[in-house]
Design a protein around this ligand. Structure first.
Ligand code: DX5
Ligand code: ZN
Length: 214
């Protein structure tokens, strides 16, 4: 399983320590949650912080933008070293254009769905993206409870991907732990995001390892 720990649950006063932990771990990516207080009811961090993360982190950066008008910030996200730029379907009326802009900037494109947004809305874009991120909590906060219907959405998305010949990976974000992670793997997920399960663990290396070995 590919694991992308979410930095949102890290200790922001000791970010360098947490980044060293990630560098030395078996996590394959690092997930960065950018929030604007408009699309979601919280504000996290932005480009100045991400620049330092880029400097110290040796893992590919998986950036999850929970902001309105993400198309305005494609070059900023690229300049922070992002390998994957995830935008929400709910804020992109011209999603096809945004995906092209992300590709033109040299990044892999991810499209993200809120828990109440059905998978079928992606039918005409899923073959164009490298990743679909399914939210298994309502975005905005770490440490929330996993929404079980996500398992049905993962299965539906797997069918849609197969039908359309898409190569997109399925990533799931919110309330992931060893138990929900195992269920998600069985349903067909490729990448698991985990915030609290990793950073609030007494042994974060072990927590990451548990998910990697699912
Ligand atoms: C929530 C963020 C998540 C969050 C997950 O809006 O997108 O990435 O950090 O945190 P946990 O794993 O604690 O639910
Ligand atoms: Zn996220």
């Amino acid at each position: 399983m590919i694991v992308s720990p979410s930095l949102l649950s890290a200790d922001f006063a000791h970010l360098a320590d947490d980044l060293e932990m990630i560098n030395a771990s078996s996590a394959q990516m690092l997930h960065l949650d950018v929030m604007d207080g408009v699309f979601v009811p919280n504000i996290s961090f932005g480009f100045p912080v991400m620049k330092y993360v880029q400097k110290y982190c040796t893992k590919p950066l998986d950036v999850h933008l929970m902001i309105v008008e993400p198309q305005k910030f494609v070059s900023e996200v690229r300049d922070c070293g992002a390998e994957i730029m995830n935008v929400h379907y709910e804020v992109c009326p011209h999603l096809n254009r945004v995906v092209q802009q992300i590709h033109d900037a040299g990044m892999r494109a991810g499209v993200t769905l809120n828990p109440a947004t059905p998978v079928w809305v992606l039918r005409d874009i899923v073959a164009e993206v490298e990743l679909v991120l399914l939210m298994s909590v309502n975005p905005g906060f770490g440490g929330q409870k996993f929404i079980p219907n996500t398992l049905n959405k993962v299965r539906e998305l797997r069918e849609l991907i197969d039908e359309t010949g898409s190569k997109a990976m399925i990533e799931v974000d919110g309330g992931v732990n060893a138990q929900t992670g195992a269920q998600l793997k069985e349903a067909g997920a490729d990448v698991l995001v985990a915030g609290n399960y990793v950073f609030k663990a007494s042994n974060p290396h072990e927590a990451i390892e548990t998910l990697v070995n699912l």
